[in-house]
Ligand binder design. Sequence first.
Ligand SMILES: Cc1cc2nc3c(=O)[nH]c(=O)nc-3n(C[C@H](O)[C@H](O)[C@H](O)COP(=O)(O)OP(=O)(O)OC[C@H]3O[C@@H](n4cnc5c(N)ncnc54)[C@H](O)[C@@H]3O)c2cc1C
Length: 421
Amino acid sequence: MDSSKEKEEEKPKCVRVHGPLIVGAGPSGLAVAACLSEHGIPFVILERSDCIASLWQHSTYDRLKLHLPKQFCELPLMGFPENFPKYPTKDQFISYMESYASHFTIQPRFNQTVQSAEFDPSSSFWTVRTQDFEYISRWLLIATGENAEPFIPKITGMEMFQGPIAHTSVYKSGSDYKNQRVLVIGCGNSGMEISLDLCRHSATPHMVARNTVHVLPREILGFSTFEIAMALSKWLPLRLVDKFLLLMTSYILGNTDQYGLRRPKTGPIELKNAIGKTPVLDVGALAQIKSGKIKVVEGVKEITRNGAKFMDGQEKEFDSIILATGYRSNVPTWLKSCDFFTEDGMPKTPFPNGWKGENGLYTVGFTRRGLLGTSFDALKIAGDIADEWPTIKESNSHIILLKVLIDPRNYEDFCKEEKET
Ligand SMILES: Cc1cc2nc3c(=O)[nH]c(=O)nc-3n(C[C@H](O)[C@H](O)[C@H](O)COP(=O)(O)OP(=O)(O)OC[C@H]3O[C@@H](n4cnc5c(N)ncnc54)[C@H](O)[C@@H]3O)c2cc1C
């Protein structure tokens, strides 16, 4: 075969998207898709995995339940089934999202990893490339999540350790660690819950608390702590809300500093709003810390062949290490020539204005406000696109025709999709 023909065949097929292109079929992608369908706007969703909500289906541990009460985790336009408990399990949440996708007839294109996306000012369209196709759309809706890639820190000596080192994204259950001495690095919600799970499976966890952390009870006097904070912050300055929460916390949980969990100087809600650091909502780990079953240790100085040396000079042996070190957004790795995002892959414009960029760029689920933030974004975006949809719909075909004239390999897809729409 001559090389020009070969090269031609290597070029990805071009797909014109009639309506917005959504990247990511997690809760955020599904939410914005549902809101668009309510306005009668067609869309295409690209998902790198083989299922919806892949973070929940593939990368979470068995004992996970929603951290917040269900009313704060509903996606727009369709609530949870009434028989769900206050804190739905991971499986219940997944089944809810499956019903949600089927109710709104959302059918993502699976196994499509977006490798690059770039705005072309000459045509006013976004060109989005996956391993198989080139998609062209007027709108790019980024729903790839704040937790797209596990964050693996570089710790001196890590490569020396003889046992397994796993990130929480692959941790399923403590049954895999029965009777083991496990070093859990990180003391956020995942680090605390996994340490608790390890205890329940007769493992001995040591949890590293290098940074300060706010541990709050999940409920205060039968009301969710989050719900109380939300209600109070409507009437009171955040500082006073935090004062109240910390007063109640010290009454219910005692002084957590004495167990090695030092509190930040800034209050929990103020801190969450300022830098997105989520407080830990205790579901039982603190009782295990108090009883000595979970040992809290200071920062790791270095990992050794058989364990770790700590900042306070102690050295201990471990069978396994679990990295509860969180996740990162992956947007900067594939979004080209666009300065809407920080180096960490979060919108530069803070909440509540980070959902909309320029040239038809939108972001869903990057507010550091969990699923509540997702709903807010999804409704706003769909409303915004709906406002311009009637005019754009008219002009769309002409611009695409121009694209076909410039690059005739687009013609086949263009005709096929024109017939479908
Ligand atoms: C353990 C854990 C517990 C949590 N509990 C709660 C809770 O109780 N309440 C709450 O409100 N929030 C909770 N969260 C936060 C949680 O991340 C969000 O609520 C929710 O999953 C965010 O949805 P999302 O769609 O924005 O992101 P994700 O769920 O991460 O979905 C993003 C999707 O984009 C896909 N994707 C990524 N990159 C690409 C690419 N380049 N090309 C194509 N597809 C791509 C991913 O495969 C994924 O399916 C929790 C998070 C974790 C990790």
